[in-house]
Design a protein around this ligand. Structure first.
Ligand SMILES: Nc1ncnc2c1ncn2[C@@H]1O[C@H](COP(=O)(O)OP(=O)(O)OP(=O)(O)O)[C@@H](O)[C@H]1O
Length: 335
């Protein structure tokens, strides 16, 4: 019997998106859960919980239950999925009690990590759970002809991981997955500010710095940004001015790791597909693809055209949504 799937979930380290069959994306919020540590009750999920990070009183913690693209806190992930599935199906007007779900997983995840995702989704109320590899979903979401015998190269830079894959004939021909994504760049910025200014800043401030003045290209007009943190010597609040040139240096090493993963994947490409890659180029997706100047920097480094997916932050969710219709054809997905 053919199973029909109703929900496609992009269970990301930074954001969780749900695509409901025939309705589109009905949930798109940060993967953050606020919990009362005394009662273990979930107080908030998504945007509201993210607002609480680093600002909560002792008994409330705001946590991100996924790390590096995989589950780090099983119970909280299950609670988050239960909330998210309920909210997304309600918004879509679905009356199904136990939906069949397709969830994406990093291509570099282990069988234990994949099993944890399936179990968490089932415990959260899903009936059948089908896994699809993130770069395949990103490619489908970016409207690439994944079923054809041509090379589709996708670089999906998420919060916790970067997935690089060459997809042809519906399958992954070569791929590299590294546990470096946008979160690592935020951490690089936190470390840099601590080292050079003796000031401690939070994750959210570091993320804002990355988005506003984080550049991949050396060649850009210098920008500055004022931020506030806590002076580690005096313990008092302090305002400092950051330069985009220095931020670029701070995130450079992590960007080089991403570049290395792209190079390694292209080197693994079968010779027959290399011509396609030169002609068709590489597609960037995921929120990390939005780093200023990244597209141009990668194109310069690998001498291959680089394009940005139409909706980088939504490609994977749109891809899982489209896969709801033709999951049987996908060779790469595992059950
Ligand atoms: N404009 C921007 N400039 C730079 N980085 C951005 C921008 N917008 C979002 N990001 C970063 O993109 C990352 C989130 O991307 P995305 O939602 O694709 O990840 P995810 O799917 O949750 O993570 P993963 O795939 O690793 O599990 C975050 O690190 C965020 O800071």
């Amino acid at each position: 019997m053919i199973t029909t799937y109703e929900l496609g979930i992009d269970l990301g380290t930074a954001n969780i998106l749900v695509y409901c069959k025939n309705k589109g994306i009905t949930f798109n919020e940060p993967s953050v859960v606020a919990i009362d540590t005394v009662t273990q009750k979930v107080l908030a999920v998504g945007k509201e919980a993210k607002e609480m990070i680093g600002k909560t009183p002792g008994k409330i913690i705001a946590i991100r239950p996924l790390k590096d693209g995989v589950i780090a806190d099983y119970q909280t992930t299950t609670d988050m999925l239960r909330y998210v599935i309920g909210k997304a199906t309600k918004k879509a007007g679905f009356s199904i009690r136990k939906p069949n779900v397709i969830i994406c997983t990093p291509s570099g995840s282990t069988s234990v990590e994949r099993r944890a995702i399936q179990d968490a989704a089932k415990n959260a109320g899903a009936k059948q759970v089908h896994l699809i590899e993130e770069p395949v979903a990103a490619a489908i979401g970016a409207d690439l002809p994944v079923d054809e015998p041509i090379a589709n190269v996708v670089v999906d830079i998420g919060g916790g991981s970067t997935e690089v894959a060459i997809i042809s004939y519906g399958g992954v021909v070569a791929c590299h997955s590294i546990r470096i994504g946008g979160d690592k760049l935020d951490d690089d910025i936190i470390q840099y500010v601590r080292r050079d200014f003796n000031v401690l800043i939070g994750e959210r401030t570091a993320e804002q710095v990355k988005m506003e003045i984080g550049y991949a290209l050396i060649d850009h007009e210098e920008l500055t940004m004022d931020i506030r943190g806590r002076d580690l010597v005096t313990g008092l609040p302090k305002t400092i001015t950051l330069s985009s040139y220095k931020i670029r240096e701070a995130i450079r090493e992590s960007l080089l790791h991403i570049l290395e993963a792209i190079r390694a994947t292209l080197e693994d490409s079968p010779a027959e597909l290399s011509g396609d890659i030169v002609d068709r180029g590489v597609i960037l997706s995921g929120g990390g693809a939005l780093i200023n100047g990244l597209q141009e920097w990668i194109a310069n480094e690998i001498s291959v055209p680089v394009h940005l997916a139409p909706s980088p932050l939504e490609s994977v969710a749109i891809g899982t949504g489209k896969a709801l219709k033709y999951i049987g054809k996908l060779q790469t997905a595992t059950k």
